[in-house]
Structure formats: structure tokens, C-alpha cells
Design a binder for this molecule. Structure first.
Ligand SMILES: NC(=O)c1ccc[n+]([C@@H]2O[C@H](COP(=O)([O-])OP(=O)(O)OC[C@H]3O[C@@H](n4cnc5c(N)ncnc54)[C@H](OP(=O)(O)O)[C@@H]3O)[C@@H](O)[C@H]2O)c1
Length: 374
């Protein structure tokens, strides 16, 4: 484990140089890694481990699209793909990658198969941290740890195939065998992490729930909607409002921030943009900080986890979710986004005359359908 300096603060991290794949393969050579669940994280983690030479099997309920996907991804029923309980029995390391709500429902079955010396692996601190709400209390004689990739399972797989890696946090909740550290780090490397940073279960879940409700998803949609509405109410077209709110950010600026940081982006934009951004960012920080504080407290008090468990366990969960998503999908902002995306040259026909025709038709359609404000 290396100590690296992050903006003046020292942190424990593990890099691929100090813990190469060959070391991970050595640590895991006698293990059977059972990935339970083939939803979003399951495929990314299972396929990356398989391609990295780890002995991995998948546990997934049958008669499900996820089972079919596992088969089409190359897992073989009866050899490397099993019903959940059979995989739980065979695995020495159980990667518990069902949805957080399903983890609660299946816990009694999982617990039955956690014999001494096995390891229980999570990709989220949720179940263990909020154990009063989830009932997930692991037996004392198994290792319990997590590797939480900081991104979607889809990105984990895509980046692996591109020779890149998604950063992950790791944490040890319980070290029953004395081997928890090498096991968890080996798994972190095997699933395709970039570098691994140390955390604990509570910090992982508090930061994760805050992040997804905040800048990663909730806050960003809120800020998009607020700016778009103001521009539209002042007479700007959907195209102008969308391009100034979303398209320029996702297509042009964020890739530059990802590559070089915010200071570089500020240094390399127009002086007019630079002056304005430097003058206004602190005002936005001060306006939103109370909301972020309220959010963090709601996470820490267990209110957010309870709300998530309650709503995701309802039988009509998927229908209710679909209604809420439909509201977003049908909003002018995201309908405009759909049209704007279709106009990107890479999404268009290659013939210029067809392109012009498409553009005219699409703009006409856009104006006909989405101009309710003016
Ligand atoms: N989404 C991400 O990219 C991401 C990122 C970082 C960490 N994580 C964490 O990784 C873990 C897995 O998340 P995920 O998003 O991959 O989960 P997900 O896609 O929601 O997982 C769905 C899996 O759970 C199974 N499942 C659902 N209900 C079930 C039930 N009642 N009985 C048996 N199986 C059931 C599904 O099978 P069917 O298809 O048959 O329903 C599928 O295999 C979670 O702890 C999550 O917090 C996720």
C-alpha cells in the first residue's frame, strides 16, 4: 500500500504497479469467486475477472433476461453459471451484487452458505452500515469487505476493454482469516479498477448516497432544469437553451475538465467566459451548500436508506418508477435533448443532401412539438 499526497492530504492507496494483476492471480488462484447477480455491476465485474484469468462463476435466478445475458456473455449453465443457491455453495468468495433491496430479501439464503473462512464481498456499504434496516449482519468467522467501483458496471467493462480502469474504493469490515487485505485488493485489481483508495463501509455509503443525490445526478438535473427554464422564460429557443445548458457541457467542456482539470478549462476559454465563471462560481457554491448539508444529514440519519428500501421493495416499484421517468422524458428539456443528439454529425446520414433534409425536418418537428412556453 502506498501513501500518496492528494492536494496536501496523505491517503492510503493501492496502484496497479505495486499490486500487479499477476499478484492478484496468485492471491486468488485457489478461490472460486461467485458473482451473485447479473444486473449492472455483475456483468462488468464477472467478465473483467474472467478475462483476467480468475476462476469466476455466476449465480443468477433462471427464467430471467439477466440469465440469458450471462449465457450470451459466455457463462455456461452447469459449469460457470448456476442458480443463486448453487453458486453460493460453490463460491469461496461471494460477490453480493444483487440490487440493494434484493440483498435484504436473499440474505437468509446467503447467510446459510457463509461457512468459516469464506469471504463476503460487497460493492456498496449499504447493507452492512444500515443493518438495523436491512438485517444484514454477517457471521463473525468470514471476511467481509467491499470494492466499490466509482461508476456504472457498463463503464467498468467498457474502460477495461479500452485498456483503461475505473477507480474504486475498498474497505475491510471484518478480517476473520488474516487474509482480508490481500483478498480485497486482489479482487479490486481483478475487476478492473484504476487505482484503489481506502475507506470504511460507513464513509463509502454516506459519500455514495450524497454523490448520486448531489452533483452526479440529482443536483445536476436540478441545475440544468433551473437554467433551461430561465432561458426559455426569457424568450430563448429550445435549441439555444439546451445547447447553452447541457450540450456544450457534456460534449465540449466536461471532456476537457476530465483530461486537464477545471483550472485548465478556465484558463483556456474566452476571457469573457473566464471572468464570468470566476465571478459567479462562489455564489452558486454558497447557494447550494445548505442543500448539500441537509442532504448529507438526511443520509447520515438513515432517512435516505429507509426511503430507498421502502420504495424499492413495493410490488408496484417498477410502474411508479416508469411514471417518474416518463415525466422527465416528456419534459421539453429532454425532448429537446433527444432532437439535439440526433443532429450530432456522428448520428446523421453521411450524405450531405440527406443531412440538410434531416436537419430541416428535425427543426420543424422540434418547433412544432416543443414550443409551448412562447
Ligand atoms: N449500478 C452500478 O453500476 C453500481 C455501481 C457501484 C456499486 N453498485 C452496487 O453494486 C450492487 C449491485 O448493483 P446493480 O446496480 O448491479 O444491481 P441491479 O442491476 O439492480 O441488480 C439486479 C440483480 O439483482 C437480481 N435480483 C433483483 N431482485 C431479485 C430477487 N428478488 N431475487 C433474486 N435476484 C434478484 C436481478 O435479477 P433479475 O434480472 O432476474 O431481476 C439482477 O441479477 C449494489 O450493491 C449497488 O449499490 C452498483
Amino acid at each position: 500500500m502506498a501513501k500518496l499526497n492528494f492536494g496536501g492530504v496523505e491517503e492510503n492507496v493501492v496502484t496497479r504497479e505495486e499490486f500487479p494483476l499477476s499478484k492478484a492471480q496468485e492471491v486468488l488462484k485457489n478461490e472460486t469467486v461467485a458473482v451473485i447477480g447479473y444486473g449492472v455491476q455483475g456483468p462488468g465485474q464477472a467478465l473483467n475477472q474472467k478475462d483476467n484469468g480468475i476462476n469466476v462463476i455466476v449465480g443468477q435466478r433462471k427464467n430471467s433476461k439477466s440469465w440469458d445475458k450471462a449465457v450470451s456473455d459466455g457463462f455456461v449453465p452447469g459449469k460457470t453459471l448456476f442458480e443463486i443457491e448453487e453458486a453460493l455453495e460453490k463460491g469461496t468468495i461471494i460477490c453480493y451484487l444483487l440490487s440493494d433491496a434484493a440483498q435484504i430479501a436473499l440474505w437468509p439464503t446467503v447467510k446459510k452458505h457463509l461457512t468459516p473462512g469464506k469471504a463476503l464481498y460487497f460493492s456498496h456499504g449499504f447493507g452492512v452500515t444500515f443493518n438495523e434496516q436491512t438485517g444484514i449482519i454477517p457471521p463473525k468467522d468470514v471476511d467481509v469487505f467491499l470494492v466499490a467501483p466509482k461508476g456504472s458496471g457498463t463503464s467498468l467493462r467498457r474502460m477495461f476493454l479500452q485498456g483503461r480502469g475505473l477507480n474504486s474504493s475498498y474497505a475491510i469490515f471484518q478480517d476473520a482469516t488474516g487474509k482480508a487485505f490481500e483478498r480485497v485488493v486482489a479482487l479490486g485489481i481483478a475487476v478492473g479498477s484504476g487505482y484503489l483508495f481506502e475507506t470504511d463501509f460507513k464513509k463509502e455509503v454516506f459519500s455514495d448516497l450524497t454523490g448520486e443525490r448531489g452533483t452526479l445526478m440529482g443536483a445536476i438535473q436540478g441545475i440544468f432544469a433551473a437554467q433551461y427554464d430561465v432561458l426559455r422564460s426569457k424568450g430563448h429557443s429550445p435549441s439555444e437553451a439546451f445547447n447553452e445548458t447541457v450540450e456544450e457541457l457534456t460534449q465540449s467542456l466536461m471532456p476537457l475538465v476530465a483530461e486537464n482539470g477545471m483550472d485548465w478549462m478556465y484558463a483556456n476559454c474566452s476571457t469573457t467566459a473566464q471572468r464570468g465563471a470566476l465571478d459567479w462560481w462562489k455564489k452558486f457554491r454558497d447557494a447550494t451548500k445548505p442543500v448539500f448539508t441537509e442532504l448529507y444529514e438526511s443520509v447520515a440519519s438513515g432517512k435516505e436508506s429507509q426511503r430507498s428500501i421502502d420504495s424499492n421493495s413495493k410490488p408496484d416499484y417498477r410502474e411508479k418508477l416508469e411514471e417518474e421517468l416518463k415525466e422527465l422524458r416528456d419534459s421539453e428539456l429532454w425532448q429537446t435533448g433527444k432532437t439535439v443528439r440526433s443532429l450530432r454529425p456522428e448520428n446523421q446520414s453521411t450524405k450531405p443532401e440527406e443531412q440538410n433534409d434531416n436537419v430541416e425536418n428535425l427543426f420543424k418537428k422540434m418547433i412544432d412539438e416543443h414550443d409551448p412556453i412562447r
